[in-house]
Design a protein around this ligand. Sequence first.
Ligand SMILES: [Zn+2]
Length: 488
Amino acid sequence: MNLKEWCKIDEALYTAETNEQYLQFAGHDYDKKSIENLSKMKYLVSEIFVRSFSQPRILLLSSIENISDAMTKPLELKLHELRGSKIKSKDFKYGGKQVSWNTWRQFNSSESDDKKRRLVFDDFVKKTKYIAPVINLRFKKIRKIYSDLSGKVDHDQNGSFNPLDGYLISEKISQDRLKKLVSEMGARARTSFSSDLNSGTKLIGKEPEYYDDFYFFRNRIFQNMERYFTKINPVVTVKRTLGSIGFDFSKIHFDTDDRPNKYPSPICFFVKIPDDIRVLYKSESPYFNLSSCYHETGHAIHASSIKSELNYWEKYKFSMGIAEIFSILIESLTRNPSYLKDIGITNEKVLSELVWRNKFMELFFVVFYAANSLMKMEYWNRDLSIYEASRLYEKLIKKYMGLDVPGEYWMLHHILPEAIMYVPSYMIAAIRAAELERYLSNRFSDKWWKEPSAGKKIREIMAKGERINLEEFSKLDQNIFLKEICSS
Ligand SMILES: [Zn+2]
């Protein structure tokens, strides 16, 4: 088998598997057996790659990732199932059914009695004991797979190759640089975050407490502004804006229905790049719908703008630190008063409220993700147990956020207990998105979303897939991003 043949097979399997995952996350009937079988097939194909090829390195890394993914698939499905069946409240309901992990955010967003939210939070933290063994087993297995394949990869690391090393290679960043970047960002954001958090009653109408998590804030903080957004249809509006600067939506499908088993967090599936892209999201609250819909649409237009004639790995194997640039860029429109005016939000008071509340959420993002990233890096580096990881998490959350949150909370997050790393990619991408925004403003107009030439430029940058020319707009300089959000 030559490389070209290998790529064809791998792409076909990827497409079939992503389609099944889409059905699962959408809350439709899906074929569990098919997911398992496709995963097995992908495993075999990845094994062929690892045995027969060593280049391109990016495919070697993704093959190792696929091997570990496939070998731990039953545990991943088990985790999903336990989150729905065991992380469930006996006492409280949402939408007529017992609150479970899947409806937790919706419950938090709509429940006005803080005591009830606290009870559910405490209950769910205790119930992480049901998922902890599965998370532990899965991560242990992943570590072992990477270590066993150490010999296949050239890496500068002494000793065995771990999942964090793979992540750093694919993000093209050294461990020292990433650690420095993340901790510096966290440290710089901490002061502004704490002083804003202390004015909690202005933000969420109550003193902030440990059970008021990032996702609760994200919904609650905009609650008084929600009514200004009820008339805006996010899908229609984002399509109109991006359509006007030349983006084509014929290959992007949006699913906005609410189904009980639908995944609570918005998500975009690249079923086939660039021809079949699907966005899922369900209603949490009108302003959140708007920003999350823009975020996922950013992913969707990125994937659909990639040139189909590129090599397979160049089309599909871009890192998250690249993927999230465009989602964050498009999402940032929903924080931009000048853009919001364009879509009919004209009340000046509302706009200025939105600006500072959004700045607070970005500070929250930085301190929360700094803690998340550093915990995950240490987890892989020092081979921590779940208990140790939880204690470290508690410490880091206290350090960067100043709150006493039970460390087990990380297992209730939607990404932390599943992904090898992923989390710091958001921070890298946020820096690059701020740099890209500035680049577009300087080169075209402050209202770049109205300039077809800016749209053309963005598509030109996106079109190269993994071969993206980051230097064109980014030095990975955190100052632009941080200056926008830190008051001091
Ligand atoms: Zn994203």
